[in-house]
Design a protein. Sequence first.
Lengths: 212, 409
Amino acid sequence: MSTKLRLVLVDDHAMVRAGVRAELGDAYDIVGEAADVDEAITVIIREQPDVVLLDVHLPGGDARAVLDGCLATAPHTSFLALSVSDAPEDVVATVRGGARGYVTKAISGPELREAVQRIADGDAVFSPRLAGFVLDAFSGAAAEQDDELDRLTPRELEVMRLIARGYTYKEVASELVLSIKTVETHVSAVLRKLQLSDRRELARWAAGRGMV
Amino acid sequence: MADVSIPYPAPRATRPVRGRAVAGVAAGLAQNVHLPVWLVRTVFVILAFAGGMGIVLYAAFWAVLPLDAQGTDADTASARSSDTARLLALAAVVVGIGLLLAALGVNVASGAVIPVIVAVFGAALIWRQTDDEQRDAWSRAAGRAARQTAGTTAGAGRWRIVIGIGLVVLAMIALLASRTSPLEAVQGLAVALLIFGGIALVAFPWIYRAWREQSEQRRALIHSEERAEIAAHVHDSVLQTLTLIQRFSGDPAEVARLARTEERNLRGWLYAPTGDPDRTFAAALERDAASVEGDYSASIDVVTVGDAVLDGALGALVAAAREAMVNAAKHGGGLVSVYAECRSEVADVFVRDRGPGFALDEIPADRLGVRESVIGRMERNGGTATLRSTPTSGTEVHLRMPRATEATT
């Protein structure tokens, strides 16, 4: 009936779901809500939404459990982690579990709308803090890494630094004299490395939450 | 006669743990009669030669005087340092017993007496290790002494138990050998071991249960302390802030400021604080961001990559960054993004706001602070400050400080 993106909200706080619904309800079609891991998996598999906004901490598990339960059965759904947590292990574990981005709940309405659109388009969404984590994890002995997955290219580093400095994708593009599309490509490449790399720092963060 | 546990004021003598040589008898008596400890100890030693009187007296006092464990925790370090002294004192007591026996007409040099003395010394060693407080705790099977016991059995004391057991076994062998043939001695030892093993077998379930109960109790204690800490924190800061928010409910800016400050506090507390703000760069920067945020009701988002111990140059960098943050919060408005990256050769801080920009040449008089407190401070410490400002994308201050330790270039 409409070409609006279909969203599912997963958060154990009804207040947060209501707030997100109020901010996104006009632009997107919110087809379902869930408050815990089992409910979330049921709703996502039933609705096959375009984007899921996923809280990191949930009763009965965490975002990783939802991702594990849905990635295979909802192949066209993208996940955006939305959380109050700043803890690196939460952020990194969720992104490595398959989420395409991470934003904090302090994000403004317009920014959240843009992030959802970007996720739906298959791109990645990095908050300044996530960019900071990436720089932290991939810095240090980066030159000694043989595996291409364990290194960031100089361009990717530049993009990450600017995002960490609070630049929007558009501002990054104009700063580096690139198209927005190119910036998105770089960020997606970093996301892929973040998800697939075996770097010790990443493994450590993941291990911190008992999920190597 | 209501509550026995109420501390009883003097004149009752106790055996203090603090400052004791053997079991604290002399120290306790000295305290009680207000005489110097050395004097009391000398009297005991002299009496020991008077037909062993001193030793009998000492043993009697040891049995009668209650232990005063006050100061055990704080003084463990000093207690440990005097361990050797106490062992020497113990040896002296054992020799004293020997003298007592000699005085009673026993032939000390004969085969039987020396092994007995060695055995007594070995047993004393073991008992010293599992000393009063601990014996107390053991016999109570579990309880409040759990924490004390946890530390004492481990580490340094173990070798003393081993030596003690070794001495006792040696003495037993010597004693048997002096009276009988070697074969009989071995047989006797085997019987002794059998009996000992039997006792151990009988006592094992009890010891094991006591040990289990203690470790469970300890876990419960840690758990409840954790909960108490969380409760105290929530009570102190969160409830307090909520109360303040209700009071200022008519003032949105103040409410936002309070909420933001509390959020930062709670976040810092929940998600492993980055370090000591007086010692590390990242923590210092975050602390300053929090205080600027509190003063100017702005939101400051701090992202740090890498960290280092705070030195003079980094301290100046943090101070300059603080001025830049103040400036951004005052004039930029809205969200201020701070990004700091600390590498081995250089540290960078970016402070960015989205307010109306300005050019350095036309800085209004009231913003001259930027020139002095930010740019001047950086340059005096060997760093640089660059200011970029456009009307559309706000102002960004870039502070760069070469690291002092690696300042070869």
